[in-house]
Every structure is written in C-alpha cells, then in structure tokens.
Design a protein around this ligand. Sequence first.
Ligand SMILES: Cc1cc2nc3c(=O)[nH]c(=O)nc-3n(C[C@H](O)[C@H](O)[C@H](O)COP(=O)(O)OP(=O)(O)OC[C@H]3O[C@@H](n4cnc5c(N)ncnc54)[C@H](O)[C@@H]3O)c2cc1C
Length: 421
Amino acid sequence: MKIIVIGSGLMGVATAYYLSEQGHEVIVVDRQSGPAQETSFANAGVLHPSQASPWNHPGITWQILKWMGKENSPFLLRPSALPSLLSWGLTFLNHAKPENFQANLRVNTALANYNIECVEELQKNHPFDYSAKRLGSMKVLENNQDLENAKEQIALFQAMGIECQVLNQAEVFSKEPALVENGSKLVGGIFYPKDQTGDAHQFCLKLVELIKRKQVQFIYDLNVDEFSLANNKITGIKTNKGDYSADAYVLAAGSYSPLLVKSLKLKLPIRPIKGYSITLDMDNWKLKPKMPVIDEEAHVAITPLGDRLRAAGTAELNGYNLEINAQRIRLVLQQVIARYPEAATNIEDADINPWTGLRPTTADGVPIMGETPIKNLYLNTGHGHLGWSLAMGSGKIVTDIITGSVPDINAEPYALARFLK
Ligand SMILES: Cc1cc2nc3c(=O)[nH]c(=O)nc-3n(C[C@H](O)[C@H](O)[C@H](O)COP(=O)(O)OP(=O)(O)OC[C@H]3O[C@@H](n4cnc5c(N)ncnc54)[C@H](O)[C@@H]3O)c2cc1C
C-alpha cells in the first residue's frame, strides 16, 4: 500500500516507522524544513506513564476561573480565546467529572505503559542516542495535605500498573542531591521509577535517519492546503508543491489537524494549549540534576537531557498564537531558580533558549487514533501534553488499524467514533 503521512512530528514519524516495518511505501510530508520543528521540538522530555492524567481533572473549572486572565498563572485562559472554545470547552469540563476523569486516565495510562514497551523494543532492535535516561521521575510536593493525598492514592496508581513510592523530605534530597535543601519549601515527593526521559527532537531526527534507509520518503516545505474527496474516499492532497495521491492517508498534523479536515465536514474536538520551555547548558553546574522533577501545581517539569537542562510547562488557551511572552518564560525560569538556586543564580537571558509549542488537546484528554468516516483517512493526533509518552504506542496502534491487524491493546477508547455518537 502507498500511504501519505501528513506531519513529521512525533506522531507522523512514529507511524511512518511502523508502516515501513510492514513493508508499505510511505511518504511523509511536512510544511517545515525538517522533522519535529513544531510541538515535538523542545518539550519537557519526560515519557511518563505516571502522569497520564488528562488536564481536565475534577476541580479544573475553579482553577481556570480563579486564574482567568492572570498573566502569572500556571493555567491561563485568555478571554479572547473563548469564542473558539465553546463546544470543545463544554465537553472538556464535562470530562472533568470524577467518573469520566478516571476512565480517561485509565485509557491514557494503558497507552503510556504500552508505549514504554514499544520504545524499549525499538531501542533493542535499533539502538540510537537521544539523550535517553531510565532513572524515573519525581513529583515534588510543597504542602503536607498533598503528601497525605499522595499516600492515599498509591493503591490507585498500583492498580493501573504504575510503580511509585511516596518520599519524605529527606528521601527527596537523597534521591536527587542536586535539589538544594537550604530554604527549600519541599515537604516530600513521589518517585516513579519506571518513567524515562529523552530529547524528542533528537529522537525524531534519528528515527527519520533510520527509516529513510528503509525507503521512507520525506518531503519538506510542503504545505497541505486541502484534501480532494470523491465517493467518501480521499483521492489526493492539494499542496503548494502540487497534488499527491496514495491509497491511504494518515493525518498527524498536531494542533492543525482539525483545520485540515474542516472542508471534509469532519469535526475534530482538538484545540491548541500553548506551553513554553527553556533549555540551558549545565557545563558550569557543580552538581548536575540527574532526574526530572515535576511540580504539578506550577505545571512545570525540569529535565536533564545530557549536559542540558530543559524546563517546560505552563498552559495557556490563546488560540494559535505562537508569540514568546517574556512573563510566561519567566514563570518557567523561576521554577529552575527555586529548585536549583545556587546553580541558577548566574543565568542570563541569552542563555535560556526560549521556545513555545501548541499541545493538540482533545476535549476528553485522550488522543484520537484510527479510522474516520472517510474510507482511507486515518488519524493519529490529539495527544495534548502527553505526546512524547504516547508516540510509539500510538504509531503502532494506528499502523495495526490501517493494515488490518489486531492492536496489542484495545484501540476502541481512542477512536474518533466516541465523539460521533
Ligand atoms: C511545553 C510543552 C511540554 C511538553 N512536555 C511533554 C512531556 O514531557 N512529555 C510528553 O509526553 N509530552 C509533552 N508535551 C506534548 C508533546 O510534545 C506533544 O503531544 C507532541 O509533540 C505532539 O506531536 P504531534 O506529532 O502530534 O504534533 P507536532 O509535533 O506539532 O507535529 C505536527 C506536524 O504537522 C505539520 N503540519 C501541520 N499542518 C500542516 C500542513 N497544513 N501541511 C504540512 N504539514 C503540516 C507541522 O509542521 C508539524 O511538524 C509537551 C508539549 C509542550 C508544548
């Protein structure tokens, strides 16, 4: 089969890998000049089955209202974005009900656990360097109530196959000695030994190198303008470089996926949630952090990636705006200063490499993968804040669906059909 994959971010590249493993003729197209130039470029770098919860958790409504319009809040809804969020927003809030949240958490966790198996298999068969570490991750806690809640939630995590240990203050500092004890507000933490880290951009570059050798073709600087449709089948894509056609098409265009299928009268409940990252060299750090530290309250993760430190997070509903807002970058930088004050005192603006990306976020917090009502159009999109934790598992599942194999995990919860009922 000849298959066109639209998008060379994590989802497009992972899907192309598995399709090529099955011997299909694959063409990946992207409007950028290389792979993973958009949201997959500089994310927080954590593959974390432990944090697969959708952002629409019980309590999110009050948090959003409390923070609305506040420039320094971790989750910022800009009033100007409201008109684009109406029906998506209602579904988003409906899924914050405890029973919906729990169900969505379970399906994301199942996919994230499966993803780790896929990543390990890839690394066994094709070892390549992407600054990967398998040292776990640690969520840090600054108040005693959160620590008590963490102890109560351990059984729930374990039931979903997530190993974790609640740590007291001393154990946190012994697990990550780079965290500075003096003046720290930390009261404890949760350690997730199975989480991994790695540079998503580097990963995509290496995977592209690998699959190019298997004859996967990449066409860059190619903007897909629209699909051509006849008899409920895609007959081609119209692009700035002319028309292309194939037997099947995979849409992996991240936050832009809903825009591309509008003319097909297909509604994808995905909206962009903006986030930021900074990346610093740690050459002069005396004690370098070794594992990612996550502050859920601040929506920020700080991750060592080789000799660099990546801090990423915050969430902003602001449409497709991609401006770098200095105040939001400052929020991320403040987290680095709070956790590693000695090493971070001399950081200059010129050292931080600010970046922003749009998380393709579905209304229920679960990605959309597989078939559409259009015969030969498939989706691999909507992975929100979890794309790095879900990419390889998603690529494998979408490939299984296209090729008629039974996916290793139940793919029904990820189907677009759930929104079409
Ligand atoms: C600040 C931040 C931190 C994050 N941290 C983590 C983390 O630690 N762990 C985790 O699991 N996830 C994390 N994520 C989420 C993760 O990065 C995303 O879910 C993932 O990158 C999405 O990948 P994608 O392939 O769907 O989209 P993208 O990477 O955006 O790829 C889509 C591609 O489609 C192309 N495209 C779009 N429209 C067109 C068109 N019309 N024609 C041609 N090409 C087109 C784009 O150029 C792009 O290359 C984070 C995200 C952000 C923003």
